[in-house]
Design a protein around this ligand. Structure first.
Ligand code: AMP
Length: 304
Protein backbone atom coordinates (compact mmCIF):
# COMPACT_ATOMS: atom_id res chain seq x y z
CA UNK A 1 0.00 0.00 0.00
CA UNK A 2 1.20 3.49 -0.80
CA UNK A 3 2.21 5.56 2.25
CA UNK A 4 0.33 8.81 2.69
CA UNK A 5 2.44 11.76 3.76
CA UNK A 6 0.47 14.40 5.67
CA UNK A 7 3.65 16.43 6.07
CA UNK A 8 6.06 17.62 3.41
CA UNK A 9 9.33 19.48 3.77
CA UNK A 10 11.67 21.21 1.36
CA UNK A 11 15.13 22.08 2.61
CA UNK A 12 18.78 21.14 2.42
CA UNK A 13 20.30 17.68 2.62
CA UNK A 14 23.92 18.35 3.32
CA UNK A 15 27.39 17.16 3.97
CA UNK A 16 28.49 19.32 6.89
CA UNK A 17 31.83 19.90 8.57
CA UNK A 18 31.36 20.71 12.23
CA UNK A 19 33.67 21.79 14.99
CA UNK A 20 32.56 22.05 18.61
CA UNK A 21 34.65 22.41 21.78
CA UNK A 22 34.26 18.62 22.16
CA UNK A 23 35.30 17.38 18.77
CA UNK A 24 35.56 17.91 15.06
CA UNK A 25 34.16 16.04 12.06
CA UNK A 26 34.89 16.85 8.42
CA UNK A 27 31.93 15.00 6.97
CA UNK A 28 28.71 14.81 8.95
CA UNK A 29 25.35 14.03 7.43
CA UNK A 30 23.25 17.17 7.97
CA UNK A 31 21.01 19.70 6.30
CA UNK A 32 17.86 21.45 7.43
CA UNK A 33 15.51 18.94 5.75
CA UNK A 34 17.43 15.91 7.03
CA UNK A 35 17.14 16.92 10.68
CA UNK A 36 13.58 18.11 10.17
CA UNK A 37 12.29 14.94 8.56
CA UNK A 38 14.12 12.67 10.97
CA UNK A 39 12.56 14.43 13.97
CA UNK A 40 9.11 14.63 12.34
CA UNK A 41 9.14 10.93 11.53
CA UNK A 42 8.70 10.10 15.24
CA UNK A 43 5.18 11.49 14.87
CA UNK A 44 4.07 11.11 11.25
CA UNK A 45 5.30 9.97 7.84
CA UNK A 46 7.02 12.88 6.13
CA UNK A 47 7.94 13.47 2.51
CA UNK A 48 11.24 15.14 1.78
CA UNK A 49 11.93 17.40 -1.22
CA UNK A 50 15.61 18.06 -1.73
CA UNK A 51 18.55 17.68 -4.04
CA UNK A 52 21.90 16.03 -3.48
CA UNK A 53 24.98 15.66 -5.67
CA UNK A 54 26.70 12.62 -7.12
CA UNK A 55 29.00 12.56 -4.08
CA UNK A 56 26.10 11.92 -1.68
CA UNK A 57 27.04 8.72 0.17
CA UNK A 58 24.70 5.74 -0.14
CA UNK A 59 24.98 5.22 3.59
CA UNK A 60 23.43 8.67 4.22
CA UNK A 61 20.46 7.71 2.05
CA UNK A 62 20.15 4.51 4.05
CA UNK A 63 19.99 6.56 7.25
CA UNK A 64 16.92 8.35 5.85
CA UNK A 65 15.45 5.02 4.77
CA UNK A 66 15.52 3.84 8.40
CA UNK A 67 12.51 6.06 9.12
CA UNK A 68 9.18 6.68 7.41
CA UNK A 69 10.56 9.42 5.23
CA UNK A 70 9.33 9.55 1.62
CA UNK A 71 12.27 9.87 -0.74
CA UNK A 72 10.54 10.07 -4.15
CA UNK A 73 11.47 13.75 -4.33
CA UNK A 74 15.08 13.37 -3.22
CA UNK A 75 16.79 14.20 -6.51
CA UNK A 76 20.37 13.51 -7.46
CA UNK A 77 21.92 16.14 -9.70
CA UNK A 78 25.29 16.50 -11.42
CA UNK A 79 27.77 18.18 -9.10
CA UNK A 80 28.41 18.27 -5.39
CA UNK A 81 26.02 18.14 -2.46
CA UNK A 82 25.29 21.31 -0.49
CA UNK A 83 28.08 21.80 2.03
CA UNK A 84 28.09 23.82 5.24
CA UNK A 85 31.05 24.24 7.54
CA UNK A 86 30.37 25.61 10.99
CA UNK A 87 32.02 26.09 14.32
CA UNK A 88 30.82 26.61 17.87
CA UNK A 89 32.90 28.22 20.57
CA UNK A 90 32.19 28.01 24.28
CA UNK A 91 28.83 29.69 23.59
CA UNK A 92 27.04 26.79 21.97
CA UNK A 93 24.03 28.95 21.15
CA UNK A 94 25.59 30.59 18.14
CA UNK A 95 27.05 28.75 15.17
CA UNK A 96 29.69 30.53 13.24
CA UNK A 97 29.43 29.76 9.53
CA UNK A 98 32.89 29.23 8.06
CA UNK A 99 31.80 28.13 4.61
CA UNK A 100 28.59 27.68 2.60
CA UNK A 101 28.86 25.90 -0.74
CA UNK A 102 25.48 25.89 -2.47
CA UNK A 103 26.65 23.49 -5.21
CA UNK A 104 23.64 21.53 -6.61
CA UNK A 105 21.20 23.95 -4.97
CA UNK A 106 22.11 26.50 -7.63
CA UNK A 107 20.36 24.58 -10.41
CA UNK A 108 17.65 22.91 -8.34
CA UNK A 109 14.08 23.17 -9.68
CA UNK A 110 11.76 21.35 -7.29
CA UNK A 111 8.87 19.68 -9.08
CA UNK A 112 6.16 17.93 -7.09
CA UNK A 113 4.44 14.90 -8.50
CA UNK A 114 0.83 15.71 -9.41
CA UNK A 115 -0.86 13.71 -6.70
CA UNK A 116 0.94 15.27 -3.74
CA UNK A 117 -1.36 17.30 -1.48
CA UNK A 118 0.17 17.52 2.00
CA UNK A 119 -1.94 18.97 4.80
CA UNK A 120 1.17 20.38 6.44
CA UNK A 121 4.06 21.97 4.61
CA UNK A 122 7.39 23.08 6.02
CA UNK A 123 9.72 25.34 4.05
CA UNK A 124 12.92 24.57 5.92
CA UNK A 125 15.98 26.74 5.75
CA UNK A 126 16.93 26.96 2.06
CA UNK A 127 16.95 29.58 -0.71
CA UNK A 128 13.61 31.46 -0.48
CA UNK A 129 13.28 31.15 -4.26
CA UNK A 130 13.01 27.37 -3.77
CA UNK A 131 10.64 27.81 -0.83
CA UNK A 132 8.46 29.91 -3.13
CA UNK A 133 8.51 27.35 -5.94
CA UNK A 134 7.34 24.57 -3.64
CA UNK A 135 4.74 26.78 -2.00
CA UNK A 136 3.25 27.51 -5.42
CA UNK A 137 2.82 23.83 -6.17
CA UNK A 138 0.86 23.02 -3.02
CA UNK A 139 -2.89 23.50 -3.09
CA UNK A 140 -4.63 25.51 -0.44
CA UNK A 141 -7.01 25.22 1.36
CA UNK A 142 -6.21 21.48 1.40
CA UNK A 143 -2.92 22.38 3.04
CA UNK A 144 -3.87 23.44 6.57
CA UNK A 145 -0.60 24.97 7.72
CA UNK A 146 2.45 26.31 5.96
CA UNK A 147 5.44 27.10 8.14
CA UNK A 148 8.98 28.16 7.34
CA UNK A 149 12.42 28.77 8.76
CA UNK A 150 15.30 30.86 7.47
CA UNK A 151 18.70 32.17 8.52
CA UNK A 152 21.04 35.15 8.23
CA UNK A 153 22.51 33.84 4.95
CA UNK A 154 19.12 34.28 3.22
CA UNK A 155 17.83 37.23 5.28
CA UNK A 156 20.83 39.21 4.12
CA UNK A 157 21.28 37.57 0.72
CA UNK A 158 17.70 37.42 -0.62
CA UNK A 159 15.54 39.79 1.43
CA UNK A 160 12.94 40.54 -1.28
CA UNK A 161 12.43 36.86 -2.15
CA UNK A 162 12.12 36.02 1.55
CA UNK A 163 9.59 38.82 2.12
CA UNK A 164 7.41 37.31 -0.62
CA UNK A 165 7.47 33.89 1.06
CA UNK A 166 6.76 35.34 4.51
CA UNK A 167 3.58 36.99 3.24
CA UNK A 168 2.19 33.56 2.46
CA UNK A 169 3.15 31.46 5.47
CA UNK A 170 1.07 30.90 8.61
CA UNK A 171 3.95 30.22 10.95
CA UNK A 172 7.68 30.79 11.23
CA UNK A 173 10.29 29.01 13.35
CA UNK A 174 13.30 31.24 13.67
CA UNK A 175 16.15 31.62 16.12
CA UNK A 176 16.55 34.70 18.28
CA UNK A 177 19.52 36.24 16.45
CA UNK A 178 17.82 35.81 13.11
CA UNK A 179 14.51 37.19 14.40
CA UNK A 180 16.35 40.34 15.46
CA UNK A 181 18.07 40.56 12.08
CA UNK A 182 14.86 39.98 10.12
CA UNK A 183 12.82 42.48 12.12
CA UNK A 184 15.70 44.97 12.53
CA UNK A 185 14.69 45.13 16.18
CA UNK A 186 16.77 44.09 19.17
CA UNK A 187 13.92 43.47 21.65
CA UNK A 188 12.63 39.97 20.94
CA UNK A 189 9.01 40.69 21.83
CA UNK A 190 8.93 43.65 19.47
CA UNK A 191 10.81 41.63 16.85
CA UNK A 192 8.21 38.85 17.01
CA UNK A 193 5.34 41.35 16.75
CA UNK A 194 7.01 42.91 13.73
CA UNK A 195 7.53 39.53 12.08
CA UNK A 196 3.81 38.83 12.59
CA UNK A 197 3.07 41.93 10.48
CA UNK A 198 5.28 40.51 7.69
CA UNK A 199 2.94 37.52 7.26
CA UNK A 200 3.08 34.66 9.76
CA UNK A 201 0.48 35.05 12.53
CA UNK A 202 2.32 32.45 14.59
CA UNK A 203 5.98 32.99 15.44
CA UNK A 204 8.14 30.49 17.33
CA UNK A 205 11.45 31.99 18.40
CA UNK A 206 14.11 29.45 19.32
CA UNK A 207 16.56 30.75 21.90
CA UNK A 208 19.06 27.90 22.11
CA UNK A 209 19.76 26.98 25.72
CA UNK A 210 17.20 29.57 26.85
CA UNK A 211 14.19 27.78 25.41
CA UNK A 212 11.63 29.35 23.10
CA UNK A 213 8.87 31.94 22.77
CA UNK A 214 5.62 31.28 20.96
CA UNK A 215 3.46 34.11 19.66
CA UNK A 216 0.08 33.22 18.25
CA UNK A 217 -1.99 36.25 17.33
CA UNK A 218 -2.23 38.11 20.63
CA UNK A 219 -1.38 35.03 22.69
CA UNK A 220 2.02 34.27 24.11
CA UNK A 221 3.78 31.23 25.63
CA UNK A 222 7.25 30.78 27.12
CA UNK A 223 9.03 27.45 26.92
CA UNK A 224 12.12 26.75 29.02
CA UNK A 225 14.77 24.41 27.70
CA UNK A 226 15.10 20.82 28.89
CA UNK A 227 18.22 21.07 31.09
CA UNK A 228 21.15 18.99 29.88
CA UNK A 229 24.53 18.80 31.54
CA UNK A 230 26.25 17.87 28.32
CA UNK A 231 25.54 19.43 24.97
CA UNK A 232 27.82 17.87 22.41
CA UNK A 233 26.83 19.36 19.03
CA UNK A 234 23.99 21.92 18.70
CA UNK A 235 23.79 21.52 14.91
CA UNK A 236 20.31 20.58 13.82
CA UNK A 237 18.65 21.56 17.10
CA UNK A 238 16.54 24.20 15.36
CA UNK A 239 15.53 21.90 12.52
CA UNK A 240 14.66 19.03 14.81
CA UNK A 241 12.70 21.41 17.04
CA UNK A 242 10.59 22.41 14.02
CA UNK A 243 10.44 18.81 12.76
CA UNK A 244 9.04 17.42 15.99
CA UNK A 245 6.63 20.34 16.41
CA UNK A 246 5.32 20.07 12.83
CA UNK A 247 5.23 16.27 13.03
CA UNK A 248 3.14 16.49 16.18
CA UNK A 249 0.78 19.04 14.58
CA UNK A 250 0.35 16.87 11.50
CA UNK A 251 -0.32 13.83 13.66
CA UNK A 252 -2.88 15.53 15.91
CA UNK A 253 -4.30 17.84 13.21
CA UNK A 254 -5.27 20.42 15.81
CA UNK A 255 -4.17 24.03 15.37
CA UNK A 256 -5.53 25.40 18.65
CA UNK A 257 -3.17 27.47 20.78
CA UNK A 258 -3.06 24.71 23.43
CA UNK A 259 -1.97 22.17 20.85
CA UNK A 260 0.59 24.56 19.34
CA UNK A 261 2.08 24.81 22.83
CA UNK A 262 2.24 21.03 23.16
CA UNK A 263 3.83 20.85 19.71
CA UNK A 264 6.68 23.15 20.62
CA UNK A 265 7.24 21.34 23.91
CA UNK A 266 7.77 18.19 21.81
CA UNK A 267 10.04 20.30 19.61
CA UNK A 268 12.18 21.25 22.60
CA UNK A 269 12.31 17.71 23.90
CA UNK A 270 13.36 16.13 20.59
CA UNK A 271 15.95 18.89 20.04
CA UNK A 272 17.37 18.08 23.46
CA UNK A 273 18.20 14.59 22.17
CA UNK A 274 19.67 15.84 18.87
CA UNK A 275 22.36 17.87 20.62
CA UNK A 276 23.61 14.94 22.71
CA UNK A 277 25.72 13.57 19.84
CA UNK A 278 27.14 14.60 16.47
CA UNK A 279 24.77 14.93 13.52
CA UNK A 280 21.84 12.51 13.46
CA UNK A 281 23.60 9.94 15.64
CA UNK A 282 21.38 10.36 18.69
CA UNK A 283 18.10 10.54 16.76
CA UNK A 284 18.97 7.27 15.03
CA UNK A 285 18.84 5.37 18.29
CA UNK A 286 16.03 7.37 19.86
CA UNK A 287 12.85 5.54 20.90
CA UNK A 288 9.40 7.09 21.17
CA UNK A 289 9.28 5.90 24.79
CA UNK A 290 12.34 8.06 25.57
CA UNK A 291 10.59 11.11 24.10
CA UNK A 292 7.54 10.43 26.29
CA UNK A 293 9.70 9.90 29.39
CA UNK A 294 11.46 13.21 28.84
CA UNK A 295 8.09 14.91 28.22
CA UNK A 296 6.87 13.66 31.59
CA UNK A 297 10.07 14.76 33.27
CA UNK A 298 9.81 18.16 31.61
CA UNK A 299 6.22 18.57 32.78
CA UNK A 300 7.32 17.75 36.32
CA UNK A 301 10.19 20.28 36.41
CA UNK A 302 8.13 23.10 34.88
CA UNK A 303 5.02 22.69 36.97
CA UNK A 304 4.27 24.96 39.91
P1 AMP B 1 20.32 24.31 12.73
O1 AMP B 1 19.14 23.47 13.07
O2 AMP B 1 19.94 25.75 12.65
O3 AMP B 1 21.52 24.02 13.58
O4 AMP B 1 20.71 23.95 11.21
C1 AMP B 1 21.84 23.17 10.87
C2 AMP B 1 21.80 22.72 9.43
O5 AMP B 1 21.52 23.82 8.56
C3 AMP B 1 23.13 22.16 8.98
O6 AMP B 1 23.08 20.74 8.92
C4 AMP B 1 23.40 22.81 7.63
O7 AMP B 1 23.67 21.87 6.60
C5 AMP B 1 22.16 23.60 7.32
N1 AMP B 1 22.48 24.91 6.73
C6 AMP B 1 23.51 25.73 7.05
N2 AMP B 1 23.50 26.85 6.30
C7 AMP B 1 22.42 26.75 5.47
C8 AMP B 1 21.86 27.60 4.46
N3 AMP B 1 22.40 28.77 4.13
N4 AMP B 1 20.73 27.16 3.85
C9 AMP B 1 20.17 25.98 4.18
N5 AMP B 1 20.65 25.13 5.11
C10 AMP B 1 21.78 25.50 5.76
Amino acid sequence: MKTRYPLMVVGTVAIDAVETPFGKQDAVFGGSASYFSYAASFFTPVELIAVVGEDFPKEYRRILEERSIGLDHLMTAKGKTFHWKGKYGSDLNAAQTLETQLNVLLEFKPKLKEDREPEYLFLANIDPVLQWEVLNQVKRPKCRLVACDTMNFWIEGKPAELAKVLKRVDMIFINDGEARLLAKESNLIKAARKIQTMGPGTVAIKKGEHGAFLFHGEQFFILPVYPLEEVFDPTGAGDSFAGAAMGYLAKTDDLSFDNLKRAIVYGGVVASFTVEKFGLERLRTLETSEIEERMADFRRICHF
